[in-house]
Design a protein around this ligand. Structure first.
Ligand code: G3H
Ligand code: 13P
Ligand code: ZN
Length: 330
């Protein structure tokens, strides 16, 4: 058993309290490899932002769970070496079983998500409660979820949203003892969050997606005052990256994300954690494609992963300043 405190990590309780009071959100960035981890830490050190390093089941399979855990431990030391002891959380994204959450807690994670959102209400409560009991005995924070996001949820695909029903949240939070709650108000996973048919066009002809359901969020805020809310599926899908990818041989179609102003607004509410993965994937892919298109003879991975890492760092720093509002809060 490795306790996260020995690794220099923190849980989410203090971070969410400050984020709630300060009207900003903590960035939760997914990582699968060294370059992503370096970019996240370098960006958050530069902008003095607290950060949640997020590991999905897919990431555990891809990169090896032990290596990822050591990378997170390394991230703490790396941040110090860069000159800022920023608060770093190591979080399991979309945990789907008690055993997986327990395993992560025992290997040094400081926070876990148990995603029972696809289960009937009572089963979601029972599973979440079981994880909370084990996690809290070890000082680890737990995120639960109510409502289903459209799109791909870590190997599970959903055609449609089921918005979170506000009348369920107080009972869920009280009976499970969770520390934060992920809700469904119109965000979704991946780079194709809306079809063009779901969008309107502004005066420049740019597609404008339907707004998030702030009415549901406000109702939830009234029912569980002061309780930290989490937004998944919150990539904005920057169109410059989509254009670069397609210019240099890619074939992305109908890639539409959540507008930044919507996320900025959400960050000033009870939303204390905002999950971003796809935008990082787009930034890396755009940089790698451009590099290869312009330098077809290049074959040193440092020559294409290096620029990808630089672009990622720029993206993450931008997010903490302009979207999350977490810059300067470390
Ligand atoms: O919520 C999903 C995250 O973007 C993780 O995606 O399962 O492909 O690692 P992944
Ligand atoms: P995006 O696909 O919008 O980046 O969402 C990531 C996420 O919610 C990870 O849990
Ligand atoms: Zn998610």
């Amino acid at each position: 058993m490795v306790n996260y405190k020995e690794l220099g990590l923190v849980n989410t309780s203090d971070l969410f309290k400050k984020a709630f009071e300060g009207k900003y959100a903590i960035p939760a960035f997914n990582f699968n490899n060294m370059e992503q981890m370096q970019a996240i830490i370098a960006a958050c050190v530069e902008t003095k932002s607290p950060v949640i390093l997020q590991v999905s089941s897919g990431a555990r399979k891809y990169a090896n769970q032990t290596l990822l855990r050591y990378m997170a431990q390394g991230a703490v030391e790396y941040a110090k070496e860069l000159g800022q002891n920023i608060p770093i959380v190591l979080h399991l994204d979309h945990g789907d079983s008690f055993e997986l959450c327990k395993n992560c807690i025992e290997s040094g994670f400081s926070s876990v998500m148990i995603d029972g959102s696809h289960l009937p209400f009572e089963e979601n409560i029972a599973l979440t409660k079981k994880v909370v009991e084990y996690a809290h005995a070890n000082g680890v924070s737990v995120e639960g979820e109510l409502g289903v996001l459209a799109g791909v949820e870590d190997e599970v695909s959903h055609e449609h949203h089921t918005y979170t029903q506000p009348e369920e949240v107080a009972e869920f939070v009280t009976r499970t003892g969770v520390d934060s709650l992920a809700i469904s108000i119109g965000t979704s996973h991946g780079a194709n969050k809306f079809t063009p048919a779901q969008c309107t066009r502004d005066e420049n002809g740019t597609l404008v997606p339907p707004p998030l359901r702030f009415d549901i969020l406000e109702e939830i805020e009234k029912l569980i005052p002061g309780f930290p809310i989490v937004l998944h599926g919150s990539s904005s899908v920057p169109q410059e990256y989509v254009a670069t990818i397609n210019k240099f041989g890619g074939a992305l179609k109908d890639s539409i994300g959540i507008p930044e102003d919507q996320l900025r607004k959400a960050a000033t509410s009870a939303v204390c954690k905002i999950n971003i993965d796809s935008d990082g994937r787009l930034a890396m892919t755009a940089a790698v494609r451009e590099m290869f298109a312009k330098n077809p003879g290049e074959f040193d991975p440092r020559k294409y992963l290096g620029p990808a890492r630089d672009e990622l760092k720029k993206l993450y720093a931008y997010k903490t300043v302009n979207v999350l509002g977490s810059a300067g809060k470390a």
